[in-house]
Design a binder for this molecule. Structure first.
Ligand SMILES: *[C@@H]1O[C@H](CO)[C@@H](O)[C@H](O)[C@H]1NC(C)=O
Ligand SMILES: *[C@@H]1O[C@H](CO)[C@@H](O)[C@H](O)[C@H]1NC(C)=O
Length: 272
């Protein structure tokens, strides 16, 4: 059948929103970094042409096809109960893989394969999983000096080769866990209570812990109560803002109530 380009583009336009056929696809990151001993959750999603029903899903290391006889870490038709590899996905579109208590040997390039009633698909490009020993975990500080004045602030960040991923970061002062979690620890309105040795770790067991960073908060004469300082600043700022707003309102009002005649002249010229 011959089609002129016009008919073809109309058909393509119609096919876009109406019969959107996602085709065979798998989406996951190119690489994933995890600290040895911690848990990795590799996000993954897949799509297939309409009318296909997925019957089997497989994750396998270092193989581009990942067919039935290839060694795998997860196979939906033959689930090993003791595996550290857990499939959090489904047979519809989610293929998220969780690796519990990663070990060095888990470092590999993983491929996801799914088999439907009509056809099968493996993504050629895998997820490169790196497992680091966490020896490089460090506390970095926003200030160069360890001695900070009372009322001041400091932000500590926990870094490692893996720190570009959202990580489960735990913080400690003198070895005691703090309630704050996340890659950055923000300490403000410092008091002597904040003095101590800070460490961070990248897994909740606290095994991969950084070297300590010690903070010394020193008294500052005349700047004692940080909270009242702050409220004074806030009220000064709000009074200033109110004055500025009043002035602006006054200006606008003055302009409106006294329209310059030159405005009207310009306007009528434009109309003509
Ligand atoms: C896939 O499943 C995981 C685990 O249940 C969930 O966290 C994630 O949000 C899901 N992803 C999508 C795209 O639905
Ligand atoms: C913090 O560590 C230093 C040595 O790095 C030590 O001298 C000091 O006593 C420690 N402070 C606390 C509160 O543990």
């Amino acid at each position: 059948m011959k089609m002129n380009p016009w008919t073809l583009s109309v058909l393509l336009l119609l096919a876009g929103p109406l019969g959107a056929d996602p085709g065979w696809q798998v989406e996951y990151p190119d690489s994933f970094c995890v600290v040895e001993g911690s848990t990795a959750t590799i996000p993954c999603s897949f799509t297939h042409p309409a009318g296909q029903r997925v019957e089997r899903v497989v994750w396998c290391p270092n193989h581009e096809i990942c067919h039935l006889t290839t060694p795998n870490v997860y196979n939906s038709s033959n689930v090993r109960a003791d595996s550290r590899f857990q499939y959090l996905g489904d047979l519809v579109r989610n293929c998220t893989l969780k690796i519990i208590k990663t070990v060095k040997q888990d470092a590999a390039t993983y491929h996801f394969r799914f088999e439907a009633n009509g056809d099968k698909y493996t993504k050629k490009k895998g997820v490169g999983v790196t497992v680091t020993d966490g020896e490089d975990v460090k506390v970095r500080s926003s200030v160069t000096d360890n001695v900070v004045k009372e009322g001041g602030q400091v932000t500590l960040t926990c870094t490692s080769a893996c720190s570009f991923h959202r990580l489960d970061v735990h913080w400690y002062r003198n070895g005691h866990a703090l309630s704050e979690t996340g890659p950055a620890l923000h300490l403000s309105c410092l008091t002597n209570n904040n003095t101590g040795n800070y460490t961070c770790s990248l897994d909740s067991s606290g095994r991969k812990t950084s070297a300590p960073w010690s903070l010394v908060v020193v008294e500052d004469e005349g700047r004692h109560k940080c909270d009242s300082d702050r409220s004074v600043t806030v009220s000064v700022v709000s009074v200033l803002l109110a004055v500025i707003l009043l002035l602006l309102a006054g200006l606008v009002f003055a302009k409106r109530s006294a329209p310059g005649p030159e405005h009207e002249i310009v306007y009528s010229e434009v109309v003509r």
